[in-house]
Design a protein around this ligand. Sequence first.
Ligand SMILES: [Zn+2]
Ligand SMILES: [Zn+2]
Length: 365
Amino acid sequence: MALVYEKPAAQESASSSSALAAQIELNPPAQAGASGSTGAPEPGNARERRAPGIGPTLSGDAADEVKSQVFARLDPLDAAGFTRMGRPRPGEWLSSFRESPQPMELYRMQRPVRPTPERRTIVLQPLGEFTPGQRKVLESMREYAEVFFQLPARLERTMPFPRGDEALEEQLVRIVPVGQRHGSYDRQYRAETILDRMLKTHLPADAVVYLGITMEDLWASNLAYVFGLGSFKDRVGVYGLCRYYPEFWGRARGPGDELKGLHRSCKVLNHEAGHMFGLSHCVFFHCSMNGSNSLPETDAAPIHFCPVCQRKLAWNIGYDPLKRFDALEAFYRAQGLSEDADWMKARIGNWKNLLDKQAVVEEEE
Ligand SMILES: [Zn+2]
Ligand SMILES: [Zn+2]
């Protein structure tokens, strides 16, 4: 027994855990350029809600002041290869949402989740069914998590969606009405229920973050669909990957689709796990931590963390940036993501020059 897909409710339920401490990911309407759909806009809207108490909301001038202070402290060698965010174009994330900058000092004050000797593994939890090809993507994502965050990462055995508990299934699953379906996807899974009933209850003792990954389509609160949902405090998040592949949109796979799917999956992994390590959306540069209103906007963002976001992560985890950049270049190269590998190679060159420059400064002092 499943709930029927409803028009979005005006208010989300206050009892929902997501209303307290969750962050809802991008939810682009159907015309988001992903062709093959019915073309009709889906109910719900693209919204990513911020957990209460995550940071002050700064308005225009104050936010610009913080941003210019951050830019003034950055070395051009560190920022090379990144483009500063300009004024948003209509339809883009920042045209709909005011995002406050999160400089380093604020990030540290917010006491983000950090690895400890007991909890330092990124645990990826497959949920539901995967084809052998999709399992290969999961394995690549595990490797990527290890390289990107410089922490151990583990892929758990698949956890099936619960069957037989009618009350739970009623919360978890809804049927999508025929006119709003994509491809063969006739049902959606509720992200909050996955967090509450499948992930929080199984949090591994060594997990710094515990990330559910599914090929099913997700929805949350009153939104038509979400790419993912995560909690800042509870270390759990869930991401649906189906919308990154043409089958969802009723198209057959073409050349390049597989690599594009992997690229999008890795990007959502670093972005979402970034949130779980306490990073807010980036308003400084075009960066993987940018908010996004649509799949094309997500595709347009780089997979890389800008110098501001990279610095937060380096402080949080305590890795050696150069070692990490080298490993990232090797990963992109091995996966056939040669543009990103070349980009990373240039970043490594700039980083080495930056280290040399700093060494000279230290000598002179
Ligand atoms: Zn986000
Ligand atoms: Zn950034």
